[in-house]
Design a binder for this molecule. Structure first.
Ligand SMILES: Cc1ncc(COP(=O)(O)O)c(C=O)c1O
Length: 426
């Protein structure tokens, strides 16, 4: 994959303002990030070189009150993205209805083209949404299922999507089959087979989470999609945690539908997401908000959402620039390196259990641990109260533990403190 080198501090055309320098990167820091020089090097070698990552760490500003190892909920935007967004807020506020009537659509189309190039699809196959929930619930409620039609999902899918399918079952008499996913599967084939065994003549669709939020486990989405396609079953992919975290293109997955949040791993502003629909499937999905402007096959029928924060949409472009400057493969390698670093330091302690599969293709930056003698809440509380390390307790029927999620701004010293804390508590 090709990663273009670009300056972070871009001008934003018509609306560029210079009043936001206080939140922008200093030119010196910007230059250091640019000169980190990842391109051409082996991602795995670069991943462990702390000095190379230091300028990127500095591009994020975080409270010094605690160490945030809960970046799964959403990721902070780096300074250049914040600065750009502040500029857009000010600029659009100075040209309000003019911008909305004359410029908004052009800007959205430009951002969609950029997003499509990152995601590996065409821009007329995607829509910018507020988040994964909006993207996937639009699809789940928009596909035409009849009473008795079956949908397959797992016990570790995200609650909002399970709730959306449950509502469809109540409203239209569709049937949901929820399969139990193992925490530490033997191999990919066993996971594919679980989905395959659940298929019947009535199965129309399955939901597959690319990276499980509870543990960080990565599912073999492409193999599941290929199996499902042979059997005439459509696949909806929940890519909330995989997009801009692991290096993949949507087209590589062979899925029919996909939703993600851009405020998670892409570090775009809060309230930004993306919905992808395979072009052959667009005509048959009903938009949530009625539309009479576009033909059934035109993805823009999903954009009839009323007046909304266009400044967020514009700043997605700056988040893509920041992400591309690092490069998807380098970011993935760094996030996996950090997870391996802390997990390997504690995994053999007698009371520690790692609830995340550790092969490279099975997980990346997220892992979940349990500590004998501690409930999930007790462990999360102990980490926070005694060490000021913020994590999240996962008290789910499938897994009881604490989810640890570092990010690009996490420092080695933060992980060393986590390791010390777990050793003390164990
Ligand atoms: C797997 C998964 N799907 C969907 C969501 C929902 O994301 P959002 O709240 O951004 O819509 C999350 C949120 O953490 C998630 O982990």
């Amino acid at each position: 994959m090709y990663y273009p080198r670009r300056a972070f501090l871009r001008k934003s055309g018509l609306l560029a303002l210079n009043t936001i320098a206080a939140t922008a990167l200093t030119p010196a820091l910007s230059a250091r990030i640019k000169d980190a020089g990842f391109q051409g090097q082996d991602p795995v070698t670069v991943a462990s070189d702390e000095a190379l990552w230091e300028p990127i760490q500095q591009a994020y500003r975080q409270s010094g009150d605690f160490i945030n190892l809960e970046n799964g909920y959403y990721s902070p935007a780096p300074l250049p993205v914040l600065a750009a967004q502040a500029g857009y807020i000010q600029g659009i506020n100075e040209t309000p209805s003019y911008y909305m009537r004359r410029q908004q659509e052009k800007d959205r189309e430009a951002i969609k083209a950029k997003l499509a190039s990152l995601a590996g699809c065409a821009s007329n196959e995607l829509v910018i949404t507020r988040n994964t929930t909006e993207s996937l619930d639009t699809i789940i409620s928009g596909i035409d299922l009849q009473a008795g039609d079956e949908a397959i999902m797992t016990d570790q899918d995200y609650g909002s999507m399970l709730a959306a399918f449950a509502q469809q079952a109540k409203r239209y008499g569709t049937v949901n089959k929820i399969i139990n996913l193992p925490l530490l599967p033997e191999n990919d084939a066993s996971v594919v087979s679980l989905f395959e065994q659940a298929i019947t003549e009535r199965t129309k669709v399955m939901l597959v989470t690319h990276m499980i939020n509870l543990t960080g486990q990565i599912l073999p989405v492409r193999a599941i999609c290929d199996m499902a396609r042979q059997k005439g079953v459509e696949v909806i992919v929940d890519a909330a945690h995989s997009f801009a975290h692991i290096d993949f293109h949507i087209k590589d997955l062979h899925c029919d539908y996909l939703g993600t949040s851009l405020h998670k791993w892409l570090c775009a502003p809060l309230g930004s997401g993306m919905m992808y629909i395979h072009p052959e499937k667009i005509p048959k999905v009903w938009p949530l908000f009625g539309d009479q402007d576009y033909e059934a096959h035109d993805i823009r029928k999903f954009e009839h959402i009323g007046t909304h924060p266009v400044t967020t949409v514009k700043a997605i472009g700056d988040a893509i620039d920041f992400h591309q400057e690092i490069g998807s493969a380098y970011k993935e390698a760094r996030l996996r390196y950090m997870k391996n670093y802390w997990v390997n330091a504690i995994k053999d302690l007698p009371k520690v259990r790692i609830n995340t599969p550790m092969k490279d293709h099975q997980s990346c930056g997220i892992a979940n641990i349990s500590l004998e003698g501690y409930s999930p809440k007790e462990l999360a509380d102990a980490l926070f109260d005694r060490y000021r390390i913020f994590t999240v307790a996962i008290d789910h029927q499938a897994v009881k533990g604490v989810r640890i999620t570092p990010h690009l701004y996490t420092r080695k010293a933060d992980l060393d403190l986590l390791i010390k804390a777990v050793k003390d508590l164990a």
